[in-house]
Design a protein around this ligand. Structure first.
Ligand code: G6P
Length: 458
C-alpha cells in the first residue's frame, strides 16, 4: 500500500549524495558529495534519493538508523553489491560503453560471469522494490546510469502507474561493439531501459547509438521516448567557490611548485582507464623531446585521483601513471624544474586552483559521456585557458569549435596541439575561453534536471 506521504520525485543511483565513515571512537562522520545530480536536485522539493550503502561506514549508518532527510540507503548484501558493482557494472558495462576491452583476450563470458549477473539482477531488483515502496501514486522516478539498467523494467511491472525515466551518464556503445555481450544479456539490458517512459543521454551521439542497438537487436525502441540533455557546468557555484580563501592558498602553493614564469598544462581526472592519462603524458614527453625550447618553461600539472581501487586493472593503471610521470621527471627534470607535478590525493579546492591558473587544459579521454572538467575550466579560468579536447568526449559536441580538437590515440597530434595551445595569442585565447564558458554553462544542473522532469511528465 502506498502511503499518501510518499515521494512525488524519486532519484535512484548507486552512489548517493552522502557517505559515512566510521571514526576510531565508533562515531560516524558524514560527508556530502558533489556533482551534477546533487546540484541538479537541489531545486526540487518533496523528493527521495534511493542509493546503495557503499562501505562499512554506510552500512553501519543504515544499521543505526542514521540518515539524512530525503535519502534512503539500501543495505544490499556486501557480496551481492561487490558482484554487481565491481563485477558487472564496472568491469563489463563500463568497459563495453567506453570500448576499453583488449578484445583478443577479453571479455570472457563464463560461469563466473553468469554468477555475477545473478547478483546484478538481485541488486537491481532491490532498488526497484525500494522505489516501488516509496513512490507516491503517479510519481516521477529518475533512474541513473549503467548500474541500474534493469530497474525501469522491473519497476514498470511492480508499479505501472509511475512515470519512469532512465539517464545514462556514460557513452553508449555502437551496436557492433555492444554485441560483444551475450545475446540474452544484451537484450535484457535494452529491455530493462526500455521499461522507462523516457531514456535520456548526454549527447545525440550516445542517444543514436542506443537507438541503433534497439533497432538492430529488438526491432525498435517500442513506446519509450529517447531524449538528450547535455549537462552543463554550474557557473554560479564554481565562480563563488573558486574565489574562496582555501583556493587562493592552494594557488600560492601551486605557483611555488610550478616556478615563476613557467606555463602550465593542467589535467584533473579520476584515475580512470578511459581518461587516457598515460597517453597524455606521452604527448607531453613528445613535446619536450621535439621542441626542446619548452624544457624548463612548462609544467604538466596532473591531478589523478583514486578511483575503483578494488579492481586490479585500476590499481595497475594507477601505478602506470606514476611510473610514466616518474620516468619523464627522471629523463628531463633539473634541480630547479620538475616537468610533471603529479598529485593523487583528492582535493577539490586544489583542483579549482589549478583550473584558475591553467594556461592549457588537457582533456583527452578515449571515450567519455560528457567530461565536466572541459566545461569547468573555462568558467573558472583567471586569464583564459586553451582547451585541448578529445573528439571522443561528449563535451566535444558543444565545445568543439573553440577547443583544439584531437584524436586521443594520436600522441604526435596531441603533442602538436599542446604546442599550439601554449603559443596561442593571448587575445584569441581570452575570446575562445569566453565562448567556451558560454557554451559550457548553457544548461546548468538545476535546469538540466528540471528539463528531464518536465519531459518525463509531458
Ligand atoms: C561516472 C559514472 C557515475 C559514477 C562516477 C564515479 O561518472 O557515470 O555513475 O558515480 O563515474 O565512479 P564511482 O564508481 O566511484 O561511483
Amino acid at each position: 500500500m502506498v502511503s499518501e506521504h510518499a515521494a512525488q520525485v524519486l532519484v535512484a543511483s548507486n552512489r548517493g549524495p552522502v557517505s559515512y565513515a566510521l571514526r576510531e571512537d565508533g562515531s560516524l562522520d558524514s560527508k556530502r558529495g558533489g556533482g551534477g545530480l546533487v546540484s541538479g536536485l537541489s531545486a526540487v522539493e518533496d523528493k527521495l534519493w534511493v542509493c546503495a550503502a557503499l562501505g562499512d561506514g554506510d552500512r553501519e549508518a543504515v544499521r543505526r538508523g542514521v540518515s539524512e532527510p530525503g535519502v534512503r540507503m539500501l543495505d544490499i548484501d556486501a557480496g551481492v553489491h561487490a558482484d554487481a558493482y565491481n563485477g558487472i557494472a564496472n568491469s563489463v558495462l563500463w568497459f563495453v560503453h567506453h570500448m576499453i576491452y583488449q578484445t583478443p583476450v577479453e571479455p570472457v563470458f563464463d560461469a563466473e560471469f553468469r554468477r555475477q549477473w545473478a547478483s546484478f539482477e538481485a541488486y537491481n531488483r532491490a532498488f526497484a522494490e525500494a522505489l516501488a515502496e516509496e513512490a507516491g501514486v503517479g510519481a516521477a522516478v529518475l533512474v541513473q546510469d549503467y548500474h541500474l539498467s534493469l530497474v525501469p523494467g522491473i519497476l514498470r511491472e511492480l508499479r505501472p502507474d509511475l512515470r519512469i525515466g532512465h539517464f545514462s551518464h556514460t557513452p553508449w556503445a555502437p551496436v557492433d561493439y555492444f554485441r560483444l555481450l551475450p545475446d540474452d544479456i544484451g537484450e535484457q539490458l535494452l529491455r530493462g531501459i526500455l521499461g522507462a517512459d523516457r531514456a535520456a543521454f548526454l549527447t545525440r551521439r550516445w542517444a543514436d547509438a542506443f537507438i541503433g542497438c534497439c533497432t538492430e537487436i529488438l526491432g525498435g525502441t517500442g513506446r519509450t521516448r529517447v531524449g538528450v540533455h547535455g549537462l552543463g557546468a554550474d557557473a554560479d557555484f564554481l565562480r563563488r567557490r573558486s574565489r574562496e580563501a582555501d583556493v587562493d592558498e592552494r594557488m600560492e602553493t601551486l605557483r611555488g611548485q610550478v616556478g615563476a614564469g613557467r606555463k602550465t598544462i593542467v589535467r584533473v581526472d579520476r584515475t580512470e582507464l578511459s581518461k587516457n592519462i598515460v597517453r597524455g603524458m606521452h604527448a607531453y614527453r613528445a613535446l619536450l623531446e621535439e621542441r626542446p625550447e619548452w624544457r624548463e618553461r612548462v609544467v604538466h600539472v596532473a591531478f589523478a585521483y583514486p578511483s575503483r581501487q578494488d579492481l586490479a586493472v585500476y590499481r595497475d593503471y594507477t601505478a602506470e601513471v606514476q611510473r610514466v610521470a616518474d620516468g619523464i621527471n627522471e629523463q628531463y627534470g633539473t634541480p630547479d624544474w620538475t616537468p610533471v607535478l603529479l598529485h593523487v590525493d583528492d582535493d577539490f579546492a586544489r583542483s579549482l586552483a589549478a583550473y584558475r591558473l591553467a594556461d592549457v587544459a588537457l582533456v583527452n579521454p578515449i571515450r567519455d559521456g560528457m567530461n565536466l572538467v572541459a566545461k569547468e575550466v573555462p568558467v573558472v579560468s583567471d586569464d583564459g585557458c586553451a582547451l585541448v579536447l578529445s573528439r571522443e568526449a561528449g563535451a566535444y559536441e558543444e565545445l568543439g569549435e573553440d577547443a583544439l580538437v584531437v584524436n586521443p590515440y594520436d600522441v604526435s597530434a596531441t603533442a602538436a596541439a599542446l604546442h599550439e595551445a601554449l603559443t596561442m595569442d593571448v587575445d584569441e585565447r581570452g575570446a575562445r575561453t569566453k565562448r567556451l564558458a558560454a557554451a559550457a554553462t548553457a544548461l546548468p544542473p538545476q535546469r538540466w534536471f528540471l528539463d528531464q522532469l518536465d519531459a518525463l511528465r509531458a
